[in-house]
Design a protein around this ligand. Structure first.
Ligand SMILES: [Zn+2]
Length: 475
């Protein structure tokens, strides 16, 4: 049998206002070559200045990944030529990264798995080359934007586990607030290395998979590559150390080039950036800024609110979602009832509108009010649904809305009965079916009554009245 070893190099774009060594905007999606200056284009005679916001975020990640932090930020030049890198070198870190020897504990198939972090280093991104017809265009907006590279040890064992790790890692960086962490948008990019070997024999020959742009492709590419390598070894061959690309149209990996060694890059100290020592106050602020980690929060919320693993995991996937839940509980909501609404109606509204939960008009306190009104019978389910949808979009007072729109629950039998009679009398064949015991027809009549009352009728009362009237128990 074989062991599989998977390690990752993850790049995240940091959410700073400006680039890492100059004052240009770090805004994504602007017109090409509008966020550029002599510094990020590497004109002779210009000097880089470290953006300490980027360094602050780098140390937040270092803290969250439980790394040993460097007391000073030391930069080096990584020399290589590429058309999207005007300086012919990239300012990066090599010998002294901002953090080393960390770990991430993440949930996978109901268990806690651990991945060791080799190092975390801060660097600048390159520009972007766009191929259009027979032309190659260069956009330097991205040149000099802050990137954090996180290198893991080869502790992952399968494509599926790697996908789960990346999903957790995304939640982690979003929770800290340092990156959007979205692979599809390119603000989280990932290379993977994978080797296999006969069980117990340690690491095999490493193959690197480059630029995989979705977490699903990470899983597919790694599973494919694992089988390919096993196939070579079983046939008596040996795996070449090389870099391969994932071909998403054919679902295979294809060779790109033989691996370069880091010595090929010629690193040397960046003479224009002296080591930067942030000081105690800076490090204290970094520590104070760190939120509860998603897995810790998940476990705490599971216990505190009697949630299942799955429920707590859903809530903690987004910090804003977990914050919202806890605020609504604090405002008096019962946890399961609240979860039901958040994962149902509210999730659908977020999806449909594209408005993030935290930007909707429906505050946790207002949702708690709606659920309380529902609980004490002031409104019924269909009205609560309408209210939630309306409050999500517009500014209203939930209690005021009831009076304003005439949404108060209708429990009064003498008011519901005439509506029931009208619906049943107008549909004699359906009434006969119900009388014969076809309970499915009850839904049809409920629909009629709810339509007529604008969803205000008490469902239990209405059901009882329909059944009795059809059977002739009331006239
Ligand atoms: Zn610039």
């Amino acid at each position: 049998m074989y062991d599989t070893f998977i390690g990752l190099e993850i790049h995240i774009q940091l959410l700073t206002k400006t680039k890492v060594f100059c004052g240009c905007s770090n805004n994504y999606g602007d017109e090409p070559n509008t966020n550029v200056c002599p510094v990020c284009l590497g004109y002779p005679g210009t000097l880089p200045v470290l953006n300490t916001d980027a360094l602050f975020m780098a140390y937040q990640v270092v803290g969250a990944l439980k790394c040993k932090r460097a007391e000073a930020a030391i930069f080096e030049r990584k020399n290589y030529f590429y058309p999207d890198m005007p300086k012919n070198y990239q300012i990066s870190q090599f010998a002294d990264p901002v953090g080393i020897n960390g770990e991430v504990i993440f949930p996978f198939q109901g268990e806690e798995h651990r991945v060791r972090i080799h190092d975390v280093h801060l660097e600048e991104d390159a520009g972007k080359m766009i191929h259009a017809g027979d032309m190659s265009l260069l956009d330097y907006n991205r040149a000099g934007t802050p990137l954090l590279e996180i290198v893991t040890e080869p502790d992952l064992r399968s494509g599926e586990e790697t996908e789960a790790f990346l999903r957790y890692f995304r939640t982690l960086v979003r929770t800290i607030g340092v990156s959007r962490g979205n692979m599809e948008e390119g603000n989280l990019r990932c290379d993977a290395n994978i080797s296999i070997n006969t069980h117990g024999a340690g690491l095999g020959t490493k193959v690197e998979l480059k630029n995989i742009n979705s977490s699903r492709f990470v899983r597919l590419a790694l599973e494919y590559e694992k089988e390919r390598q096993i196939g070579i070894v079983e046939a008596g061959g040996s795996v070449d150390q090389e870099t391969r690309l994932w071909n998403e149209n054919k679902d295979i990996t294809v060779v790109m080039r033989r691996k370069e060694e880091s010595k090929d890059y010629r690193y040397f100290p960046e003479p224009d950036l002296p080591p930067y020592r942030p000081g105690e106050d800076f490090f204290r602020r970094v520590e104070e800024s760190l939120p509860e980690l998603p897995l810790d929060r998940q476990k705490r919320m599971e216990a505190a609110f009697s949630l299942t693993d799955e429920q707590a995991s859903y809530l903690c996937e987004e910090k804003a979602r977990a914050d919202y839940f806890e605020a609504a509980v604090a405002a008096g909501s019962e946890a399961q009832h609240l979860y039901f609404w958040m994962s149902g109606d509210l999730a659908a509204l977020v999806n449909k509108s594209g408005t993030p939960l935290e930007e909707s008009r429906l505050s946790p306190e207002k949702l708690a009010t709606v659920l309380r009104l529902l609980d004490n019978g002031a409104i019924h389910g269909p009205i609560a649904k309408k209210m939630v949808a309306l409050l999500f979009e517009e500014e209203h007072d939930p209690e005021g809305l009831i009076a304003e729109r005439g949404w108060k629950a209708l429990d009064d039998t003498s008011k519901i009965l005439p509506i029931v009679k009208k619906a049943v009398d107008a549909n004699p064949s359906a009434a006969e079916q119900l009388k014969q015991g076809e309970t499915k027809v009850l839904g049809f009549f409920m629909g009629q009554v709810m339509k007529e009352t604008g969803g205000r009728a008490d469902p239990e009362t209405a059901k009882a009245l329909i059944t009795s009237y059809v059977k002739g128990e009331i006239v």
